[in-house]
Design a protein around this ligand. Sequence first.
Ligand code: ZN
Ligand code: ZN
Length: 430
Amino acid sequence: MEHDFVMVEKEDGCSRDDPPKYLSEISLLVDSLADPLWSLNTFIHDNPELAFEEFKTHDALVKFMRSQDGWQVTPSACGIKTAWIATFNLGKPGPVVSFNAEMDALPGLGHACGHNLIAIASLAAGLTAACIVKRHGLGGKIVIFGTPGEEGYRGGKILLLERGAYQDVDISLISHPGILHNSPLVRTTAFARLEVEYFGKAAHAGKSPWEGINALDAVVVAYNAISVLRQQTKPDDVIGLAITDGGKATNVIHAYASCVCMIHTGTWSRLEALCEKVSKCFQAGAGATGAKVNITLTEGYKDHVPNRVLAASYTEYWNQLPNVPEPQIPPCEQLTHVPSSTDQGNLSYALPSLNASFAIPPAAPGRQGQPHSPEFEVASGTYEAFERALRVGKALAGTAIDVLTEPGLLGKIKRQWEQDMAAKAAGASP
Ligand SMILES: [Zn+2]
Ligand SMILES: [Zn+2]
């Protein structure tokens, strides 16, 4: 999904005192994976595949994970052709930490959302965390999920979640490239899609228009009602409309018309309220004209609720890794609002989640495109962007190792998640 930062807020109580564990070992392990991961990155980037059609990427990643010591790999997991699950488990009890690897590209734009880099960061992190577990005899389990179909509104992670893939998983870690800055505390928007059809009655527009019921008029009334509603929406609310069928001829009263509406907003509870208001506008179109209305609501992605305790670990590792190429993340992280959506949001309502944003350099001087632009597609295939993804992989691996080794940390993470969910239930926006 698209990343375009609009607002940051000061956050409290998010810093940690302990020095990061195994820092240089994690850094060296990720660096040792650079060659094979660069080949994979280039292969994925140069073979862009659309949502749920990531067959080449699925096969390449499954093959690669099967070549790694100690990993159990399930291709086409949970009945989803391009999903896969790789598990590293030495049998010693402990937390279950997971990473998501996205794979899909955009129609006509290739990897203009940089999901190749997301896959690479998660692979680097998962493989490195597993290596640390093995070398130091740690307890716990590492899981990497190949999560298809993030672009669009169906969401491979939602399917995996519904089919029980995350049932025994304690935390979910992922990252996403953007252009502006690095932040582990990313909030994204929730969205829903309404497909609306009006059924009227055809009649000759000149001879006997009074015998008809104009379905297009119903769309127009609804469009105008929503335009009026927009004056009183909140800054986070975005309502997009498209007329998908506005009738076939000018000399008939239109028996049928349809439109589609996308609603994005800051929280899931706000989304529900806004869907109700918008639905009433569509009903107003029916009421005004006498047309019958049929509204099909598809729930999209939930807003992402970032876990502050996980973010503190990530920040600690990110800032102390060698060769810092850019400004450090402030010790007390800031909350970054991103006006786009991801199915990682749905996971964040089911278990503690971290969705770290990272900046990649422009494709060429002065060619700094946003995600979902041709410039970003070029940028996401460069070695410089790949190096940033490896750095993210190091900080994600460190976060996972913190969870596996620091007594009480998982409990603290879960308590934070419970607080966030309770605040959400009470209508707040934590
Ligand atoms: Zn995207
Ligand atoms: Zn994306």
